[in-house]
Write a protein that binds this ligand. Structure first.
Ligand code: 6PG
Length: 241
């Protein structure tokens, strides 16, 4: 695994560089195997990136008919709830690009049973990748990180970090806003990805990144984000503010 960190003075700069990286990876994968499977992050930081991908600077560089979009985690709310990760991506990106509906694979997490929703998404992934037994491998996973070092909905000290078999699980009693159950991809699935891109901003996250770089063993105990180890490349885009 090749690790690279890129630092920027502001989120616009970090997001622009991340958009360039995604566009390049997308072209390469479509050329190599005809499609580009990408997992989107939730939260607020990636909004600028998603808007850039839909902007005239990038939108025509991407063959949207060959992209398949997935989510790394979702809050257990309806997809049109403003707090849903799907809703943010729809507002910033999906509503602005010509991507076939069949290429968009949201986590239907609003059911009364988060664990059923998680199992349903895992089945959807296995079917899409025609991978009933092996762990599917995404071309690229985009992740954010919380100020506690969580990523996706994998939170410090949570049992979800020890999941070795299921690809998608429900997590509850987590210390994050909104206080709703979530479903999340697990480490075995996230780490089967070819490449992972983190997009983070702010001093506190910068300090966590520094700890991950300088003391990886210690960081893995404290920060779920430190356990992300894709097959090829792990690249951090860090904005100081
Ligand atoms: C979520 C995200 C989560 C997010 C971090 C960072 O559902 O909230 O998947 O992992 O990436 O909490 O969020 P911000 O980018 O808003 O700081």
């Amino acid at each position: 695994m090749n690790v690279e960190t890129k630092q920027f003075d502001n989120l616009e700069g970090a997001s622009n560089s991340a958009a360039q990286y995604i566009t390049e990876q997308c072209k390469k994968d479509i050329q190599q195997h005809g499609q580009f499977s990408i997992v989107l992050a939730g939260g607020s930081t990636p909004r600028t990136l998603y808007s850039l991908l839909a902007s005239t600077s990038f939108v025509d560089q991407i063959d949207w008919s060959r992209i398949h979009l997935f989510w790394g985690d979702e809050r257990c709310v309806s997809l049109d709830d403003p707090s849903s990760n799907y809703a943010m991506a729809h507002d910033a990106l999906l509503s602005k690009v010509k991507i076939p509906t069949d290429n968009i694979h949201p986590m239907e997490a609003s059911t009364s049973s988060p664990s059923d929703a998680a199992k349903g998404y895992e089945n959807k992934l296995r079917s899409f990748f025609n991978s009933p037994h092996a762990v599917p491998s995404f071309d690229l996973v985009i992740l954010g990180m919380g100020n506690d070092g969580h990523t996706a909905s994998l939170f410090p000290g949570n049992a979800s970090l020890n999941e070795n078999d299921r690809l998608v699980i429900a997590t509850e009693n987590i210390n994050a806003s909104p206080q709703v159950p979530r479903i999340t991809m697990t480490l075995p699935l996230l780490n089967q990805a070819k490449n992972v891109l983190f997009l983070i901003s702010g001093k506190q996250k910068g300090q966590i990144l520094q700890t991950i770089m300088d003391h990886p063993q210690k960081a893995q105990i404290q920060y779920p984000a430190a356990r992300i180890k894709p097959k090829n490349q792990l690249i951090w885009f860090y904005s100081k503010k």
